[in-house]
Design a protein around this ligand. Structure first.
Ligand code: ATP
Ligand code: MG
Length: 392
């Protein structure tokens, strides 16, 4: 095996007590990504090495750039620990590259190798100086030639690809993402995954007021964020009846407040039965009437499960920027109605009062309707993974 992939964990290695748990989970998530490839993984305290068919390396590296918990990815070349082989391979890596200065960085993990790291830096530096036009720059080199001398051989690499960071998905247990077809909630889901929360999604649909296209759009968004997780399921709640009851019985200005309290109640129940520890959504402070602090207070009052709103303090433009980065934006802006955008009242209340919300919703037999919603949830899972061409 001439080339292999080296994975650096970064931040994970500072989690003293939990380190093994974190690393084993990362290993499990990486194995999940690699399950269709023949491969071998060697892991130690700070790194993993993946041996895999050389033709598949670029494709796998792209997939690894979406795995949370990975700090850096390096394609490295493995040679025997033999000075001539190391010299030849290092020169080969520097050939035809467009830069002027370099530095050699040797790590001698295998102390049986008789030359110290410092001495070897000098020896290799001299060899490169004699055989190329390059100059040494210790402080700010254009390229660093890393040489790791290990028991199983010597690994040589130059460029490091930045990993996505965060914590391995699953370290924090499971959370429930309220996923709509908008721009905000897929971004919220991505940010929750990044902190290690393994998410499942909850989508409220109101056919025939909302269309099949609207539902497919949400499933498409779920499949995009599934590339960062691999475990996504979408729980689809038939919301029509409950929503129609709200519109029949509740004054216009409180419709959205009550509708959102019902959504939270359903999310709460699902969290209890499925052991989700947190609700996640794409609310952003002040974005619409139901997202003022007064509204949030009244809406949030129906659940004592923590609700995290990863984009609460982001500007819309910041959310859009992230949506573009994670590839959900183009899908989110497709123009299909969501259940939140049908029957929108002219003047939704921006500072609702809890006692009024309770009074209005008492006109609806909502407990029964919520039960019905929950009993009729449809679950969609097994999202396809991106193909190599999608990734490029
Ligand atoms: P936009 O990007 O247009 O703001 P949005 O998805 O943020 O879209 P909002 O009306 O602002 O829509 O809703 C706030 C949050 O409530 C959403 O981010 C989402 O988490 C949740 N939500 C709204 N509608 C639904 C729905 N139909 N199913 C599940 N969750 C929903
Ligand atoms: Mg929004």
């Amino acid at each position: 095996m001439d080339r292999l992939i080296l994975i650096k964990y970064g931040e994970l290695t500072t989690k003293k007590g939990n380190r093994n748990f974190f690393i084993n989970l990362l290993l499990k998530n990486i194995k999940n990504i690699l399950k269709d490839y023949e491969h071998k993984i060697i892991k130690d305290r700070v790194r993993m090495y993946i041996e895999i068919d050389d033709n598949k390396i670029n494709e796998v590296v792209l997939k690894l750039t979406k795995v949370f918990g990975i700090h850096g990815i390096v394609i490295c070349h493995k040679v025997n620990t033999n000075i001539d082989e190391i010299k030849n391979k290092s020169l080969e890596l520097l050939k035809n590259q467009n830069f002027n200065t370099f530095k050699v960085n040797t790590k001698r993990a295998d102390k049986r190798f008789e030359i110290s790291s410092m001495e070897f830096n000098d020896k290799m530096g001299g060899h490169i100086l004699r055989n190329t036009q390059l100059k040494v720059d210790i402080h700010n080199p254009d390229v660093i030639i890393n040489i790791e001398i290990r028991a199983e051989g010597t690994f040589i690499y130059t460029n490091e690809i930045k990993g996505i960071g965060g914590y391995p998905v699953g370290v924090q247990g499971k959370g429930l993402l309220m996923l709509s077809g908008g721009i905000d909630s897929p971004v919220a889901g991505y940010l929750a995954l990044k902190r290690g929360i393994d998410i499942e999604c909850l989508y409220f649909e109101s056919p025939p007021h909302t269309s099949m296209e609207a539902k497919n759009k949400v499933l498409e968004l779920a499949s995009i964020i599934n590339n960062y997780s691999g475990n996504i399921k979408v729980h689809i709640v038939p919301f029509t009846k409950l929503q129609e009851e709200i519109y029949k019985n509740v004054p216009d200005s409180y419709m959205i407040t009550i509708m959102r309290r019902m959504m939270y109640r359903i999310a709460h129940k699902l969290c209890i039965t499925k052991n989700f520890k947190v609700i996640i959504n794409g609310e952003s402070i002040g974005q619409v009437a139901s997202q003022t602090l007064d509204s949030m207070l009244v809406i949030n009052n129906v659940t004592n499960i923590p609700v995290i709103r990863p984009v609460a303090c982001f500007d819309k433009l910041e959310i859009i920027e992230l949506a573009k980065k994670i590839n959900t934006y183009e899908t989110s802006i497709l123009p299909y109605e969501d259940c939140c955008t049908i029957f929108v009242p002219k003047h939704p209340v921006i500072n609702p009062v809890l006692s009024k919300a309770i009074e209005y919703e008492a006109k609806i037999d909502f407990e029964t309707l919520i039960e019905e919603c929950i009993n009729n949830i449809e679950i969609v899972s097994n999202f396809k993974k991106e193909t190599y061409s999608d990734l490029l």
